[in-house]
Design a protein around this ligand. Structure first.
Ligand code: HEC
Ligand code: HEC
Ligand code: HEC
Ligand code: HEC
Length: 200
């Protein structure tokens, strides 16, 4: 019995020590925060009301693709969950021209939030980035995946060896037309109401 206790205590210590390496990210709450098995609001049985359109850097309106619309369904000013403003964000929803983007990072040929982030709990990288940046200290390796022309040759070599935690974005089997914003609320996209999302 005593030996078992010692063994168990040892195991707990080991588990506790291993915990930080497996640190849970903020998306780990529940798959259902993003996917709703029976009440899909968007492709990939996404359960969050997508943000269908946004104002772009040049002031025009832009219709978002399914992945971007879904991320911005939570990451917007209204919900206040780490809001992402497309006016000040690295371009998304565009076809790469100069950047050398690996094919499997594109969604229907376009750069999306999912080209840089894989939001799944299985991805333990800093900020859900597709490449391990050593907690943000080696960000150049991440940029070099698509911008080798601007990157230091050693960094480009590291980027070539880096494991891409890209999700193979398959065509969704369940396709859901996002609801058009009601005429009364024209201009303001419907905000998502994630059940347990906390403010930063
Ligand atoms: C932060 C939102 C988010 C969370 C949390 C999330 N997913 Fe996803 N999931 C997505 C998005 C966006 C897609 C579609 C694009 C892609 O594959 O990345 C997707 C796609 C998928 C797919 C389709 C595979 C593919 O790439 O086409 C499966 C299966 C899946 N998710 C399962 C899960 C499971 C299981 C969990 C919980 C462990 C989970 N997801 C949690 C956002 C999320
Ligand atoms: C998954 C690929 C990818 C990654 C990773 C990536 N970029 Fe880009 N970047 C692009 C694409 C695509 C464009 C659009 C221009 C083009 O087609 O070449 C772009 C454009 C840019 C621009 C021009 C912006 C403008 O307004 O014209 C800058 C600057 C830039 N990226 C910097 C970075 C930095 C810094 C990082 C790392 C923190 C980074 N990028 C990571 C794909 C990527
Ligand atoms: C070109 C690559 C790239 C694209 C495209 C991109 N991101 Fe990011 N994102 C990053 C990087 C790099 C960081 C980490 C920045 C840091 O920690 O300095 C980040 C950080 C974040 C954060 C955390 C912010 C914080 O305060 O810590 C959120 C949320 C986020 N991104 C959401 C999005 C959403 C939503 C989209 C699509 C509209 C998107 N990202 C598109 C590269 C990208
Ligand atoms: C259901 C709501 C929801 C959706 C949809 C969602 N997120 Fe998040 N995300 C969150 C919450 C909540 C946090 C944690 C915010 C905080 O800690 O203040 C978060 C945090 C993040 C962070 C920061 C992670 C960190 O370690 O600090 C990134 C990056 C991010 N999200 C990217 C994305 C991307 C990319 C998508 C789309 C593929 C997406 N999110 C979709 C709710 C969501």
């Amino acid at each position: 019995m005593k030996r078992l206790l010692v063994a168990l205590t040892g195991m707990f210590c080991l588990l506790a020590a291993a915990a930080p390496a497996l640190a849970a990210g903020p998306h780990d709450m529940d798959c259902k925060e993003c996917h709703s098995p029976h009440e899909a609001k968007a492709d990939w049985i996404i359960g969050v009301a997508p943000q269908p359109s946004v104002i772009t850097p040049d002031g025009s309106k832009m219709t978002l693709g399914p992945v971007d619309a879904m991320c911005l369904g939570c990451h917007n000013e209204k919900t206040g969950i780490m809001p992402v403003n497309l006016r000040t964000t690295h371009p998304v929803g565009i076809k790469p021209v100069h950047a050398k983007v690996p094919e499997n990072l594109l969604s229907a040929g376009l750069l999306t939030c999912g080209s840089c982030h894989n939001p799944h709990p299985s991805n333990t990288n800093y900020k859900y980035l597709i490449v391990d940046t050593k907690g943000g200290k080696a960000m150049g390796v991440f940029c070099a995946v698509c911008h080798p022309g601007q990157s230091d040759p050693n960094t480009v070599e590291q980027a070539k060896k880096a494991i891409l935690k890209a999700d193979a974005v398959n065509t969704p089997l369940v396709k859901v037309e996002p609801k058009k914003a009601a005429p009364s609320s024209a201009g303001s996209a419907p905000a998502a109401k994630p059940a347990e999302a906390k403010k930063p």
